[in-house]
Design a protein around this ligand. Structure first.
Ligand code: F6R
Length: 612
């Protein structure tokens, strides 16, 4: 999704803006641009469609020089990717970069046209530049002009504003779209993401919704929605600049797949003491809240939704508590029934997914008595700041657009939660807790073992070279894992992939099966294996090429039409879905390599979807 970086320093800002844009690339974008205020107090801009490398080429021909500037990676929402639609936008002395969507832009645009403004782009964002320029006619300062304009905007914004008439400050504003201030030694900065600023500072101020900040080289002032000056804490980030390197790996996704044993170890650390799950790991008040709850509602998007679906099976099966799971973009616009004593759980790698944040806000309006828990990989995210309880997965920065280690660590978090709630509600006894804990402790080693199948899966991936469509099957929690496997494959290899509960096949999808449609099945030795085997026979007898991932006791015969891969030894209910995720991640990664796609930055996708 769009990214912002800006800064005011005592040296040429262009190299920093450019390297910051490169660090934002992983979020997904289709054009980029930079504007600086030159020594002659003029706005100087370069914009380009496509990769940052294209912008870099333009900067070789016409370099920009200035000590203050803002830059942007754009992920098209209103208007196609083009130089004209790329940010920064300019209106006379004003230039802006904007993340988010302005919903009332058509009205505002019409008003600005009647005032004589000419539009050069199809974006919703350009109206902000013209509105601030118009407001400057009556406002004494750039800050008060921005304060006036944001009151007229409906929708979401993370905003960076400069003016060649005020060449010593950047104004930043946010509502519903993340924006942070980096406090540096050589200057102060803004960004939508810590990643872009790690080379300059590890000190960040996280703006709150409706905040407006005035940022100078030696001074930062923040105002709340009532224009009162407020203090926001400086948070020291423990993410290191080196953590966002690929190291010895070819892609971030590959690195992140192989980081999973460590990510799981880090997520478990200090969450289990003396073989008992620490309920307080979910927050000071967690025990009291967990004892009182009677229902669970999970809301999330994409991969995080799939993790929620696994957890639904666990909550009802293991801790005997009713659990619903729903995609956030649906939940937020329904009028769902949200019972008292519900624990409302949001799952999100980034903690910035607009739909998930809005679903939580709408749940709080529906029933004020509910308690919320956010399971997230980003400290200080928007979602964690509006949740009652927060549990951080310690997966480390995930740069590959396709989520991998954030999924498996979310499952670890959910396993700890299932155990905590079960213990407090007396639905899990000491022996069951011990079984879960021992399984979790073995997980890093088991994931390591599963990663050893990498080269076998690499060979297998070749059979997908000419395929355009595929089916993924599983039953129980493995249905959710099949969904995740299919999502990974379609995201990065662009092969159409659908997942079904294997028992549902005969109700329709079986019509699709022929020799051109590979079917991938996840088949651990669990209570549903016999049923799954008969579903696999139904597929086999219709001529499909099948790939089956099993464990050592599943005992499925390899045939010409059915390649069986033993992933691991027999596993428990909690460990199995996590382990069976690994071969599916590796499969999608290697198929993407065979297809020659851009693994870390698949087309049309954004890492963190901060707009609706
Ligand atoms: C899939 C993927 C997306 C995200 C989804 C939610 O690989 O990355 O489907 O899972 O956009 O993002 P978060 O978890 O940040 O809320």
């Amino acid at each position: 999704m769009c990214g912002i970086i800006g800064g005011v320093t005592n040296q040429n800002i262009t190299p920093l803006l450019l390297s910051g844009l490169k660090n934002l690339e992983y979020r997904g974008y289709d054009s980029s641009g930079i504007v600086v205020i030159s020594d002659k107090r003029l706005l100087e801009r370069q914009r380009s469609v496509g990769r940052i490398a294209n912008l870099e080429k333009k900067l070789i021909i016409k370099n920009l020089h200035g000590e203050i500037g803002i830059a942007h990676t754009r992920w098209a929402t209103h208007g196609k990717p083009s130089d004209e639609n790329a940010h920064p936008h300019i209106s006379n002395s004003i230039s802006i970069v904007h993340n988010g969507i302005i919903e009332n832009y058509v009205n505002l645009k019409n008003q600005l046209i009647t005032k004589g403004y000419e539009f050069t782009s199809d974006t919703d964002s350009e109206i902000i530049a013209h509105s601030i320029d118009f407001a400057m006619k009556t406002c004494k300062s750039l800050t008060s002009a921005v304060q006036k304009v944001v009151k007229t905007l409906e929708g979401s914004y993370g905003l960076g504003v400069i003016s060649s008439n005020f060449p010593n400050k950047i104004i930043a504003a946010r509502k519903g779209s993340p924006l942070i201030i980096g406090v540096g030694k050589k200057g102060n900065y803004i960004s939508s993401d810590q990643m872009a600023l790690l080379s300059e500072t590890n000190k960040f101020i996280f703006l709150e919704d409706h905040d407006i900040a005035e940022i100078k080289i030696d001074q930062i002032k923040i105002f709340d929605m009532n224009s009162n000056q407020v203090e926001r804490p400086i948070v020291i980030s423990n993410i290191k600049a080196g953590e966002v390197d690929k190291g010895k790996y070819s892609h971030f996704m590959q690195k992140e797949i192989f980081e999973q044993p460590q990510a799981i170890r880090d997520t478990l650390e200090s969450r289990i003491t003396n073989d008992k799950v620490n309920c307080s790991a979910f927050g000071h008040n967690a025990e009291k809240i967990f004892k009182s709850i009677k229902h669970i509602q999970i809301v999330a998007c994409g991969t995080s939704f799939n993790a929620g679906l696994v957890a639904k099976y666990w909550f009802e099966d293991i801790s005997k508590i009713p659990c619903n799971v729903e995609v956030a973009s649906e939940y937020r616009y329904r009028r769902p029934i949200l019972l008292d004593k519900t624990l409302f759980i949001t799952l999100s790698q980034s903690g910035e997914t607009a739909d998930t944040i809005e679903a939580l806000k709408s749940a709080k309006k529906l029933n004020r008595s509910i308690n919320s828990l956010c399971i997230c990989n980003a400290a200080e995210s928007s979602l964690s700041r509006i949740s009652d309880l927060v549990f951080l997965t310690h997966a480390g920065p995930e740069i590959g657009v396709a989520s991998t280690k954030s999924f498996t660590t979310q499952l670890v978090a959910m396993a700890l939660l299932v155990c905590s709630i079960g213990k407090l509600k007396n639905t899990i006894d000491v022996d069951s807790e011990n079984l879960i804990v021992q399984g979790l402790k073995k997980l890093p080693g088991l994931v390591n073992d599963a990663l050893l199948s990498d080269s076998a899966i690499k060979s297998l991936a070749k059979s997908f070279k000419d395929k355009t469509s595929s089916l993924f099957l599983g039953r129980g929690t493995m249905y959710a894992i099949a969904l995740e496997g299919a999502l990974k494959l379609k995201e990065i290899s662009y092969i159409h992939a659908e997942a079904y509960p294997a028992g549902e096949l005969k109700h329709g999808p079986i019509a699709l099966i022929d020799e051109d449609m590979p079917v991938v099945a996840v088949a651990p030795n669990d209570e549903l294996l016999v049923k799954l085997k008969s579903n696999l026979n139904e597929v086999k007898s219709r001529g499909s090429q099948m790939i089956v991932f099993e464990d050592e006791k599943s005992n499925i015969k390899s045939l010409d039409s059915m390649k069986v891969f033993q992933v691991t030894s027999n596993l428990g209910r909690i460990t199995a879905p996590i382990i069976f995720t690994i071969p599916l991640q590796l499969l999608s990664y290697h198929v993407a390599l065979v297809k020659g796609t851009d693994v870390d930055k698949p087309r049309n996708l954004a890492k963190s979807v901060t707009v609706e």
